[in-house]
Each structure stands twice: as structure tokens, then as C-alpha cells.
Design a protein. Structure first.
Length: 293
């Protein structure tokens, strides 16, 4: 059996509630040659039964002892067979045509190592999240946060294998941010303009349960990315830029006077005009957050 062009990697642990919907959204993709690799991380609910109910030969299930998300993802990297690696989660829905559009993008942009898409929030929160698009903007954004939405990405698998890029155990809850920071050293990060994922919002999500861990890890990666570009900065100062205190007009005034100029300086110092543009977008979102409090 020849290796597929794309491996879609889906880790799952006790995901019976939404798993079938997620699988179906992948298996109905119109890309010609892919496998759906589900890493069952030792589920104890109905997940194994749901997986056994599928007869589609494109679905490949690998069951492991409970390794945790990072361990399951790294095992998936080891056993994936595709030339390209795609990601999606067991509670989200891949939009029709996504894989085909991303493969077309790679044909047109050979310097790209990872390509993501915007995504649509549904459930408890609704809206569309649009990440930076071009290579310069995506690289500039890495001093503020991940520039590629993880569950929307398609990656050149040989770049991962050749350079030993992995999900790092020390970066829990921001392992994707660290991964894309590493990948950016080997080629371009980009995002399409079309929505490629419907991202379910519900209380059981890991990012909701462990947000404090996520914030601390996120800040550490930001500071590391700044250091790699020759800028020394503390995690506490970065916290004030990205998770500002205060509320309402007073909070906005403090942010505009004290924080935004620093944000713009960091963007300009590390990314030129593209960095300034990303700093303005990040600052705008923080101002909106302060006004909503």
C-alpha cells in the first residue's frame, strides 16, 4: 500500500460526544489522497466503539496508553505516513474543500512550510477568527502569539522529520505556538483567506480548564522569540501588554499611553512594518477586551 499524500492527525481521549461528527467532516474532504490517523490516547468511554464502527479504509486508528496530548501528538508524528501533515481535533469540524485548497497553496508557494486558515467559532461563542495571512506578517506575529491556528494547519512533513521538530513537553498548553516558532526557522508560515475549520466552544475544553498554565507558557515563548531576535524582555512586562489589567475607558487610557507604545516598539524592532501592523492588531484586540469588561 503506497503512502498517502496527506496524513490528517486527530488525537482523542474520551471524546465520544463529538468524535463521529469530527471524523465525518474529514472523510468527506474532496482531496484525492489522504489518511485520517486517529491516536486514541487510552480512552475509557465509547470512543473505541465509535472508531470500530467505521469501515472506511482511509481511517487508521492507533491506540496508545494514556500519554497525554503532547505525547499522543508526538506519537502521531512518528507513525504518520503522509508527505503532508494536517491537524484537526476530535471536537471540531473540518470545512469542505480545506485540504484541497491548502494543497493548491503549497503548489503555488514552495517556500511555505505550514499553511493554516481562519476558523469559525460555534457553540458557546460565535464569530470568525482571522489570523495574519502573508509570510512576513505571520513571522512578525510570533513575538505576540502563534500565527497559525493549530487545528487548521497543513505542514510539510519532511521539514518536521529532517529537523527533529516536535511538540515540546515543557510547553504544555502552548505546544503549538512553540512548534510554529521552530518551524518558522525552516520556511514560511502562511494562512489562507477561506475559513477551514468550525471550532467548537464548550466548557470541557482543555484550554478553558488550564488557562493559567497556557498563559504562563505563552509568555515564556514570547520572551524566547524576542530573545532570538535580539530583544531582552521579561515575562511580567509581556503579560502587561497581552493580558492587561483594568477595565473600561480608564483601562483603555492606561493601555494606550503606557502599553501600546511598547507593543509598537517591539513590533518595529523585530518585524519592521509588518511587525508594526501586527502590534496594532494585537493592541486593538486588547482595547476591545478592556471595553467589554
Amino acid at each position: 500500500m503506497s503512502d498517502p499524500l496527506v496524513t490528517v492527525l486527530m488525537p482523542v481521549y474520551n471524546g465520544e460526544q463529538y468524535l463521529a461528527e469530527a471524523i465525518d467532516s474529514v472523510l468527506t474532504q474532496d482531496a484525492a489522497d489522504f489518511e485520517l490517523l486517529v491516536i486514541d490516547d487510552g480512552s475509557t468511554d465509547g470512543t473505541p466503539e465509535i472508531l470500530r464502527s467505521y469501515t472506511d479504509p482511509r481511517l487508521r486508528v492507533v491506540r496508545v496508553d494514556h500519554l497525554g496530548l503532547i505525547g499522543a501528538l508526538n506519537h502521531g508524528l512518528e507513525v504518520a505516513r503522509g508527505t503532508f501533515l494536517s491537524r484537526t481535533d476530535a471536537d471540531d469540524l473540518m470545512s469542505p474543500g480545506r485540504l484541497r485548497r491548502q494543497l493548491e497553496h503549497f503548489e503555488q508557494h514552495p517556500a511555505t512550510v505550514a499553511c493554516g486558515t481562519p476558523y469559525e467559532l460555534f457553540g458557546a461563542i460565535e464569530g470568525i477568527v482571522r489570523p495574519p495571512r502573508g509570510a512576513r506578517a505571520c513571522r512578525a506575529h510570533l513575538i505576540f502569539g502563534s500565527s497559525v491556528p493549530h487545528a487548521t494547519v497543513l505542514i510539510r512533513a519532511d521539514v518536521i522529520r529532517r529537523n527533529n521538530v516536535r511538540y515540546r513537553e515543557g510547553y504544555l498548553q502552548a505546544e503549538d505556538f512553540k512548534l510554529f516558532s521552530e518551524l518558522s526557522e525552516f520556511g514560511e508560515l502562511r494562512n489562507l483567506s477561506e475559513v477551514g475549520l468550525r471550532y467548537r466552544q464548550h466548557p470541557e475544553q482543555v484550554t478553558r480548564r488550564e488557562s493559567d498554565v497556557m498563559i504562563r507558557t505563552h509568555l515564556r515563548i514570547c520572551v524566547e522569540n524576542l530573545a532570538a531576535r535580539g530583544v531582552r524582555f521579561s515575562e511580567e512586562r509581556m503579560r502587561r501588554l497581552l493580558w492587561p489589567q483594568g477595565a473600561g475607558l480608564t483601562g483603555v487610557l492606561v493601555y494606550l499611553v503606557r502599553r501600546l507604545p511598547v507593543l509598537l516598539y517591539l513590533g518595529a524592532r523585530t518585524g519592521g512594518l509588518a511587525g508594526v501592523g501586527q502590534a496594532l492588531l494585537v493592541g486593538r484586540e486588547r482595547v476591545r477586551g478592556l471595553l467589554r469588561r
